[in-house]
Design a protein around this ligand. Structure first.
Ligand code: ZN
Length: 370
């Protein structure tokens, strides 16, 4: 007859998840094989506790166990032995219980295997015009990166014998513990340099200039960072190359100002153009366009040119180009001009008389952001 999981951990059926965890922690410490070398009974108890915890810590399995007992996990087999858990499984639980690190396996085991060492990342800045940002652009960038020198050969690391790990034994409150740490001679790669050309550094790397092509999607923003995988520094041996991190810098545009995906353009028109209407050429990120200024336009009017802004980075649509109409007032006048304006001054027709739909500047700005 198999022992009840709750009895094994010494808890009642109604125990909470944290009580289950606490109880298991206690048993694991008490029966840990490193603390009870050669004690078969302790090892059995250690395994039993691990198995009980494996079931009771999983809400799904716990529910099945609570309803059907051990039968829930015995698919036809004759019972007896402990369900599928081996010592490796048990130790892998510990990260969860003891908060990472801490325990290693019994004898290195190699379950973690070799670490693949990664080369360091490189960082560069790339300056882009608004036009380039609007269209997306391919940039060829010269990068000085460390590359594996030709003619470098490797041999198995003599410090860790190629495992990439060194095992350390420490005394802790749980008893004598084995911990595995990456080998600091080979950096965990398990290999060290045998022969290298004279121009290579200690890791068998040489600095070379390479032209890297970077695809910059439309809609990027100042301060964004793009990653080109594998174009950073190479790693020694069988490691993985680092990445090239490309920081975006947006150059100021002479005429256009960016705000998110929208662009703003300040258009200055003369008093006569405002009165009589005009056709004006303005700059956009995709070339010049002509726009019509209706006669009687008010200074401060904002004309919205749909989809003449910056494409959104996620590919959904484009921003708009907002043209701000400013009526230019001359600062100096000759005698004739002065007479002309003085005449107008007497005419009631030129008295400001805003209609309801001539929104104030603040209302327009409010509209723009709503
Ligand atoms: Zn090593």
């Amino acid at each position: 007859m198999k022992e009840d999981f709750y009895d094994i951990l010494g808890i009642s059926k109604g125990a909470s998840a944290s009580e289950i965890k606490k109880a298991y922690r206690k048993k694991a410490i008490k029966f840990h094989p490193d603390k009870n070398p050669g004690d078969k009974e302790a090892e059995e108890n250690f395994k039993k506790a691990a198995e009980a915890y494996e079931i009771l810590s999983d809400p799904d399995k716990k529910a099945r166990y609570d309803q059907y007992g051990h039968q829930a996990f015995e698919n036809g087999g004759g019972g007896g032995g402990f369900g599928g858990m081996n010592m490796d499984d048990i130790f892998s639980q510990f990260g969860d219980i003891f908060g990472g690190g801490g325990f290693g396996g019994f004898s290195g085991g190699g379950s973690q295997g070799q670490r693949r060492v990664k080369g360091s990342n490189l960082r560069i800045r790339v300056k882009l015009t608004l036009e380039e940002i609007a269209e997306g652009v391919e940039k060829k960038i010269k990068v000085k990166r460390k590359k594996q020198a030709k003619g470098t050969t490797y041999k198995t690391c003599s410090t860790c014998n190629g495992t990439g790990q060194v095992v350390r034994i420490t005394n802790t409150i749980l008893g004598r513990m084995q911990t595995a740490a990456p080998c600091n001679v080979c950096g965990g790669a398990g290999q060290q340099i045998d022969q290298k050309p004279s121009n290579a550094d200690a890791q068998g790397l040489v600095v070379e200039e390479e032209t890297v092509s970077v695809q910059i999607p439309a809609g990027v923003q100042d301060g964004m960072q793009l990653k080109v995988s594998g174009k950073g520094n190479d790693a020694p041996g069988n490691g993985i190359s680092g990445d090239l991190l490309v920081a975006i810098e947006e150059l100021d545009h002479e005429k256009l100002q960016r705000e998110g995906d929208n662009l703003h353009y300040d258009l200055y028109i003369s008093i006569s153009d405002a009165v009589l209407g005009a056709s004006k050429e303005i700059e956009t990120v995709t070339g010049k366009v002509r726009i019509k200024i209706e006669e009687g336009v008010q200074s401060g009017k904002i004309l919205r040119l749909r989809s003449k802004g910056i494409p959104s980075l996620n590919g959904y649509g484009k921003g708009d180009l907002l043209v701000h109409v400013n009526v230019w007032t001359p600062k100096t006048l000759n005698k004739e001009q002065r007479e002309f304006f003085e005449k107008m001054k007497e005419d009631n027709h030129f008295e400001p008389n805003p209609e309801k739909n001539d929104k104030s500047f603040f209302e327009k700005v409010k509209d723009m952001f709503s």
